[in-house]
Design a protein around this ligand. Sequence first.
Ligand code: LMR
Length: 312
Amino acid sequence: MKVTVVGAGNVGATCADVLAYREIANEIVLVDIKEGFAEGKALDIWQKSPINLYDSRTVGVTNDYSRTAGSDVVVITSGLPRKPGMSRDDLISTNAGIVKSVTENVVKHSPDAIIIVVSNPLDVMTYAAHITSKLPRARVMGMAGILDTARYRAFLAEELNVSPKDIQAVLMGGHGDTMVPLPRYTTVGGIPVTELIAEDKLNAIIERTKNGGGELVKLMGTSAWYAPGSAAAQMVEAIVKDQRRVFPVCVKLEGEYGIDGVYLGVPVILGKNGIEKVLELQLNEEEKQLLEVSRGHVKDVMEVLDKINATA
Ligand code: LMR
C-alpha cells in the first residue's frame, strides 16, 4: 500500500512516522513545498527503522507530485496552523487556496486515492477538497472526530483514574466550539459514564474537550500534532487494512440527520472504500438542537469559502 502525506510540518511528519513505525503502509511519500524539508523528515524517519524495527520505506519530495503517483490514500495536512487568539475559521482565506492546489495535484497523480483532510478549518477544508477533487463523497473525508473523542476520552480517563483504552465515546458536529459530545453514548468498560461521574464534572470535561485544540495552542503558541497526526494515521490504517472501524469522521451529509450538503462529523464505518456507511443515531431533542447549531455554523463558513471561490 502506498500512502502520501502532504505537508511535512509537525502533524504531517507525526502521521508519516506513525504510518511507518506501525507498518501501516509499506511505501510512504512525504511532500512539502519547502525545499529539502520533507526529504529531511523522511530520512530521519527511515533512519529510525533499525531502532524501532520496521521496514516501511519513507521518502520525502519537494513539491514533486509525480512521486506520489498511484497512492491508495492521501492525507492533506498542508496550510497554516493557528496562533494564540485565532479561531480555526480565521485560517480560511490562507488555507483554502493551499488545499485547493494540493488537491488538484493529488487527484492528477492518484485519481483512485482516498483523501483524508486534516487542514483547518477542518469541515470546510474537507468541502474544499471534495469540490476540487470531484470524487465521490465516500473518498473525501476529514479527520477531527477521532482527535476530539481522544481528548474527551483522555480527560475522562484522568478524572476516573482508569485506562483510556476502556473509554468508548462518540462525538458529532463540526471541529470547533460547536462540536457535540454525546454523554449518552459514552461508556467506561461498558458502564454508562453518567453512572460514574457527577454531572458538573462531566460538563466541565465536555467544555474542556470543545476547547481542546485551543488549550494546546495557548500552551505552545501553535497547534497540536501528536494526537492529530496519530488520529489521521488511525484512519489510514482502517482504510488500508479494510478494518471497518467505527469512527466519527467529517463527511458530506446527504440527507442523514435531516441535513443535506453540509460537511459534519458523524459516526461512520471506515473500510477499503473509504466511508462504507454513515451511521444514524437516534438523537434526542437536545442533541438534535446542538447538532443544528453546529450545522448552521459550518454552513456559514462554507458560504465564506463559496465567496472566496467566486472572486478567485
Ligand atoms: C486541533 O484541534 O488540535 C487542531 O484542529 C489544531 C487547532 O488549531 O486546534
